[in-house]
Design a protein around this ligand. Sequence first.
Ligand code: ZN
Length: 236
Amino acid sequence: MKLDCLVIAAHPDDAEISVGGTLLKLAQAGKQIGVVDVTRGELGTRGTSEDRAREAAAASELLGLAVRHNLDAGDGRVVVTAALRERLAAIIREHAPELVLCHHTDDLHPDHAASGQLARDAWYLAGLGRLAEEVGGAPAHRPERLYEFPGHVPFDPTFVVDIEPVWEQKVALVQAYASQLAPRDASDEGAHFLFGADIIQRMETKARFFGERAGMKLGEPLLHKGPLPAFDPLLG
Ligand SMILES: [Zn+2]
């Protein structure tokens, strides 16, 4: 199936937390969107991988995703291998998106950093004609654009997407991952929550920070590595 946008993210919920607003806006514009989760999130402090699969399915429905794949590459163990990047390159060729969104390659979480590099490598390999011929299936296709979204390490974004119009929907999307938002049991003090704030609060802090920088209330930052062409010098 032909997609407009493919998100490649390490754990189920990373796509929604990082670019859920951007995806909602694309979906509302009638664009076809898919997600590749690199792992099942089975090492997560909260919720089982079954919980997370069920939650990812509910979030996918809210987003109207055309397709969601899982590479099951091992939570906490993501390593960029030739086999893994060729599997991902085949998925990119199959769906031939114009836009790929992936993790910033600089991140504290090794799965995020590795998944960002994996996405970047697969994006490149997907455009190699000889490789596509050798493997069979869909022809070579390198998406026009690849943008990174930040995790723990902020960057100076190329764009900030205005997500104020879809903010409540984005919150609902992330709340679909209920197992990540509630204490597991009485012994769970939320210690893995950075800075004592839960996921929704952290998401809002980031959205306000990056939104402020680009003159809007709530935004999602995206990075394009290297210059982009300006076909219209007045408006880019
Ligand atoms: Zn993650």
